[in-house]
Design a protein around this ligand. Structure first.
Ligand code: 5AD
Ligand code: SF4
Length: 438
C-alpha cells in the first residue's frame, strides 16, 4: 500500500486500561498504514477519534455533547470516528443521533481500523468477529512500560455490567503471541508490562484455534522468564478465580507487582448473589486476608458499587464492614447506573433513591480517605525501590514502587528508566515524597 501525505490524528480515550491499549493500537495502525501522526490539538486534526466507554451512563451522555462540540470546531474536511464499547452497543444509532460521524468501530473490531477509516458511513461492530489473531503494528506507550491484551471479551454475567454485551465472549490470545509481544517491547526498552483483560484470572480457557487450555498462572510464569523484564502487573483479576496456585505464584514470583486489584463490588452476600459475582462476603474476606498474611507489603485495591437495586442499609453496612476489615489501599467507587442489555434491569422496582446512593457513596469515600492516610503515612522513614519514569516541570522526578505507590523526588532525567532506592520523608493521601539514597 502506498503511503499517503502526513495527516493528523486527535484521539480521546475514555474508560478503562483496555481502551488505552486499544487506542495505542489504533494510533500504531494508522501511523503504519495511513501515515497519521497524533496531535493534541483537535482543531488541526484531519481525523478525530473518540474511544468510548459504556460501563456507566454518564460517559455515554457526555459522548454526544462532546462530538457535537468537536463537529463545530473541527476543520471542515476532518473526519470523526467513534470507537470502543459505546460504538459496539449503539452501532448505527450513533450516526442517527450524530449524522456527522463518519464511521463507527466496535471494541472487538479495533484491528479493522485501517480498513474502515476512509469508508464514510461504515459501521463495524460484529462481536463474533475473531480478532484473536491480533497482529498489530508496534505501539509506543511509555518508554519503560508496555501493556498487552491477553484476552478479549468476558464470559462472566455480572448482572450490572454491559461489557459482555459490548465486548462479546471471552477469547484468550495465544500464550506464545503474548510472550513474543512482551519480549519485543522489552528489546525496545520496556522493563514493566501490564497484562490486560476483563477477567485475567480466567485466561487460557478458550482459544480461537481450539488449542489445549492453559492458565493465567502459567502465563505469568512464561512471561516472567523474559530477560530484562523486571515487573509484571495485570488488570483486572476476579476475586472468585484467584485460586491457591495463583496466590502461590503471586507470593513467590519476584517479578509480579505486589499490588493486587480485588474488585469487591459489594460486601453483602445477598447483593453479591444478585450481582452473580460467585463469592460471598466471607469468601472474599478469607482471600484478602490470606494475601495480606502471605505478602506483608501487598497493596489491595478494589471497585465498589453502592446502591445496587435492593441494597438495604444492612447490606450497605456489610460493605462498610469489609472496607474496615480489608482497609483497601485504593477504592474506585461507583454509584449503580442501570445499563441496557444487563440482567439487573429486571430489578428496576428495587432501585435505590438517588439521594441515598449519593450519601452511601460519600460514606465510602470518607472512610476510605482515613485508611489511605493511614497506609501512606506508614511509609514515612522506610526505604522503597522506585522505577522512575517521568520528569516534572518543577524539577521533580516521579515513579512507582513495586506495590504501585507514586513517589516524587528532586532529581534529573538521569533517574529515568532506573530502579532506585528512596528514603521516604513525606506522605499525602495519594503519593509519597522522598530522597534518593546514594
Ligand atoms: N454501574 C456502576 N458501576 C459499574 N461498574 C460496572 N458496571 C457498572 C454499573 N452498571 C463498575 C464496576 C467495575 C468497574 C470497571 O465499573 O465496579 O468493576
Ligand atoms: Fe463486567 Fe463482571 Fe466481566 Fe468484569 S467480570 S467485565 S464486571 S461481567
Amino acid at each position: 500500500m502506498s503511503k499517503e501525505e502526513n495527516k493528523k490524528l486527535f484521539i480521546e480515550t475514555l474508560g478503562c486500561q483496555m481502551n488505552d491499549t486499544d487506542s495505542q493500537h489504533i494510533i500504531a495502525e494508522l501511523k503504519e498504514h495511513k501515515n497519521y501522526s497524533t496531535t493534541n490539538n483537535m482543531e488541526e486534526a484531519d481525523l478525530i477519534i473518540i474511544n468510548t466507554c459504556s460501563v456507566r451512563e454518564k460517559p455515554v451522555q457526555k459522548l454526544f455533547s462532546e462530538i457535537g462540540q468537536f463537529n463545530k470546531k473541527k476543520k471542515d474536511t476532518a473526519k470523526i470516528g467513534v470507537c470502543g464499547c459505546t460504538a459496539s452497543h449503539l452501532g448505527e444509532d450513533i450516526m442517527k443521533r450524530a449524522p456527522y460521524v463518519d464511521f463507527v468501530l466496535g471494541a472487538r473490531n479495533i484491528s479493522k481500523i485501517k480498513d474502515i477509516v476512509d469508508k464514510k458511513g461504515a459501521v463495524e461492530i460484529d462481536i463474533d468477529y475473531d480478532d484473536s489473531t491480533y497482529q498489530f503494528a508496534q505501539s509506543g506507550t511509555s518508554l519503560y512500560k508496555t501493556s498487552v491484551n491477553i484476552s478479549i471479551g468476558c464470559d462472566k454475567e455480572c448482572t450490572y455490567c454491559i461489557v459482555p454485551a459490548t465486548r462479546g465472549e471471552e477469547i484468550s490470545i495465544p500464550l506464545e503471541m503474548i510472550v513474543q509481544q512482551v519480549a519485543k517491547d522489552v528489546a525496545n526498552g520496556a522493563v514493566e508490562v501490564t497484562l490486560l483483560g476483563q477477567n485475567v484470572n480466567s485466561y487460557g480457557r478458550r482459544f480461537s484455534d481450539g488449542r489445549e487450555k492453559t492458565s493465567f498462572t502459567k502465563l505469568l510464569q512464561e512471561v516472567s522468564k523474559i530477560d530484562g523484564l523486571e515487573r509484571i502487573r495485570f488488570s483486572s483479576p476476579h476475586p472468585l478465580h484467584m485460586d491457591d496456585e495463583f496466590i502461590e505464584e503471586l507470593v513467590k514470583n519476584p517479578k509480579i507487582s505486589k499490588c493486587i486489584h480485588m474488585p469487591l463490588q459489594s460486601g453483602s452476600t445477598s447483593i453479591l448473589k444478585d450481582m452473580k459475582r460467585g463469592y460471598s462476603k466471607e469468601g472474599f474476606l478469607k482471600r484478602a486476608k490470606k494475601i495480606r498474611d502471605l505478602i506483608p507489603e501487598v497493596r489491595i485495591t478494589t471497585d465498589i458499587i453502592v446502591a445496587f437495586p435492593g441494597e438495604t442499609q444492612e447490606d450497605f453496612e456489610d460493605t462498610i464492614d469489609v472496607i474496615n476489615q480489608v482497609k483497601f489501599d485504593q477504592i474506585f467507587n461507583f454509584k449503580y447506573s442501570p445499563r441496557p442489555n444487563t440482567q439487573a434491569l429486571e430489578l428496576e422496582e428495587k432501585e435505590i433513591a438517588d439521594n441515598i446512593g449519593s450519601a452511601r457513596l460519600t460514606e465510602v469515600i470518607e472512610l476510605h480517605k482515613l485508611h489511605q492516610s493511614e497506609h501512606m503515612e506508614s511509609n514515612i522513614g522506610k526505604t522503597v525501590n522506585v522505577l522512575f519514569e517521568s520528569l516534572k516541570p518543577n524539577g521533580e522526578v516521579s515513579g512507582f514502587t513495586d506495590n504501585y505507590v507514586q513517589v516524587f523526588v528532586k532529581g534529573s532525567d538521569e533517574l529515568l528508566g532506573r530502579f532506585i532506592d528512596v528514603k521516604i520523608t513525606g506522605a499525602s493521601r495519594t503519593s509519597l515524597k522522598g530522597e534518593v539514597i546514594n
